[in-house]
Design a protein around this ligand. Structure first.
Ligand code: ADP
Ligand code: MG
Length: 242
């Protein structure tokens, strides 16, 4: 369970997040939606500690993360799997090395164990036998799946994905969504996905948080979203082709 309270974040004069509250539950896919520039990625980064909010609290399973020292945060960070918007793979490393690299930083497993774990995770995302390929040899959807394999290689309790569907064709996009949903159930992890893809929201969103100009304008289930009378939300839904 992740809870956030009154999160504020500014870049210079740009007050990007203006007091966001939310709770994200285990075994569910929570989605942060909103137009470009509404503060979605900034909020995700504030939650995982890549940005420090000026005000507000983030709790991972009731432990306040925001007031922890760098060392105190390490065990929490170990439980976080993150899929970045551009997949963030190292081009000079093979698929397997990309995953092992993450395990090197955070675990004391033997080399053999790490390689085994990497290949198990690749198998889980249907990328068996791609371990010796380089990112340049992969399609966009395959790169996302390697990113997911890396994110799950640490058996995360919390899974964060920033725009997992960006740049993918609709069919691949659905496969990635299904994978995120399956993994959330399998690991019972608390999953938070940033997206502006309405197909994903309707397909796998259990809880939706709608940001508008850095404020929480609406939250609820995806089916309730379609019945909302919040104009800004309706405009967003209307502008997003299904
Ligand atoms: P979204 O993900 O919803 O498209 P972002 O969170 O990326 O929006 O950005 C929200 C606002 O914060 C934008 O105005 C953006 O220019 C600004 N911003 C984001 N990251 C930074 C940064 N590292 N430095 C300065 N401004 C930033
Ligand atoms: Mg973004």
């Amino acid at each position: 369970m992740i809870e956030i309270q009154n999160i504020h974040k500014s870049f210079g004069d740009n007050h990007v997040l203006k007091g966001i509250d939310a709770a994200f539950e285990p075994g569910k896919v929570s989605m942060i939606i909103g137009g470009s520039g509404s503060g979605k990625s900034t909020l995700l980064k504030c939650i995982v500690g890549l940005h420090e909010p000026e005000k507000g609290q983030v709790y991972f399973d009731k432990e306040e993360f925001t007031q922890m020292s760098f060392e105190e945060r390490i065990p929490v960070r170990r439980e976080i799997g993150m899929l970045f918007q551009n997949s963030a793979l190292f081009d000079s490393m093979t698929v397997e090395q990309n995953i092992v690299f993450g395990l090197d930083m955070f675990t004391s497993m033997s080399k053999e164990e790490k390689v085994d774990r990497a290949n198990l995770c690749l198998e889980r995302v249907n990328l068996k036998n791609t371990n010796h390929l380089y990112p340049s040899e992969l399609s966009g959807g395959m790169k996302k799946r390697v990113g997911i394999a890396r994110a799950i290689s640490m058996n995360p309790k919390y899974l964060f994905c920033d725009e997992p569907n960006s740049g993918l064709d609709p069919a691949t996009s659905i496969l990635i969504d299904e994978l995120i949903q399956e993994l959330t159930e399998e690991y019972q992890c608390t999953t938070v996905v940033v997206t502006h893809d309405m197909n994903s929201v309707m397909g796998i969103g259990d809880y939706i948080l709608f940001l508008y100009k850095g404020e929480k304008f609406w939250e609820g289930s995806n089916t309730d979203m379609l019945k909302s009378d919040v104009q800004e939300l309706n405009d967003f839904v209307f502008a997003s082709p299904l």
